[in-house]
Design a binder for this molecule. Structure first.
Ligand code: JF5
Length: 224
């Protein structure tokens, strides 16, 4: 999969996507990630990318011309162009799965007060939010999407990690059951007896109850 990112802060992308599983995916050629500086697509000698909103109001907007020219220069026919902003539809595992099936993504990150509406109308196929809070710019949301999508690409996760898909993806709504490893007693805190019992039917029953209880207590929204 190829992912292009358009950002005013390309330096933010050095680090988080150069570690661990994403690093391996890139080295293996499973992910071709390219970071582009929006400022390179500005025309004037001041490299202007933002301007004041018509009609007044606080803050600055990203000008349409640099974004249009960057996307037109970089996109292929099949590229899915996605804006990141708090106004987007909520990003979730089902969307990550859908995006993992695309050959080509382009993530366009906003900042300030956001995008000129014509970017939304003409250029974007979709607009995603990673949560109901406001960040200084869309670089972190873009990295979240890259990470969530890349781990779903065939060959990226080992068999052990793949099981991790269970709780959110297989439609079993809810959180995982509590887990413990050795030692069986740590600072006076004991591992629940049932887990040491060797009774696999009892263990499965206990885990199902615990998972339901934790979900009800912490994320009742997942059960509705
Ligand atoms: C951004 C205008 C983009 O703050 C975000 C964001 C929060 N959840 N998902 C994305 O993106 C940066 C801020 C203001 C456009």
């Amino acid at each position: 999969m190829k992912i292009d990112v358009l950002t005013l802060f390309p330096a933010m992308f050095a680090g988080p996507l150069d570690e661990s599983i994403i690093k391996r995916a890139r080295e293996a050629g499973l992910l071709d990630l390219r970071i582009h500086n929006l400022r390179d697509y500005a025309h004037d000698r001041h490299k202007t990318v933002d301007d004041r909103p018509f009609g007044g109001g606080p803050g600055m907007l990203l000008k349409p011309e640099p974004i249009f020219e960057a996307v037109e220069a970089l996109r292929r026919e099949q590229t899915r162009v996605i804006l990141l902003s708090p106004a987007g539809r909520p990003f979730r595992q089902s969307i990550a799965r859908e995006l993992a099936g695309c050959d080509d993504l382009m993530l366009v990150t906003g900042h300030y007060e956001g995008f000129d509406e014509r970017v939304r109308e003409q250029l974007a196929d979709d607009e995603l939010s990673i949560g109901d809070y406001v960040l200084t710019n869309g670089a972190l949301p873009a990295m979240v999407v890259v990470d969530a999508v890349t781990r779903l690409l065939p060959g990226v996760l080992g068999d052990d990690d793949s099981a991790k898909e269970e709780s959110f993806s297989l439609g079993v709504p809810g959180l995982e059951y509590p887990q413990y490893t050795r030692p069986a007693e740590f600072r006076g805190m004991k591992v629940p007896e049932v887990l040491l019992s060797g009774n696999h039917a009892e263990i499965a029953k206990w885990r199902a109850e615990q998972a339901r209880r934790q979900t009800r207590e912490r994320r009742p929204d997942l059960l509705t």
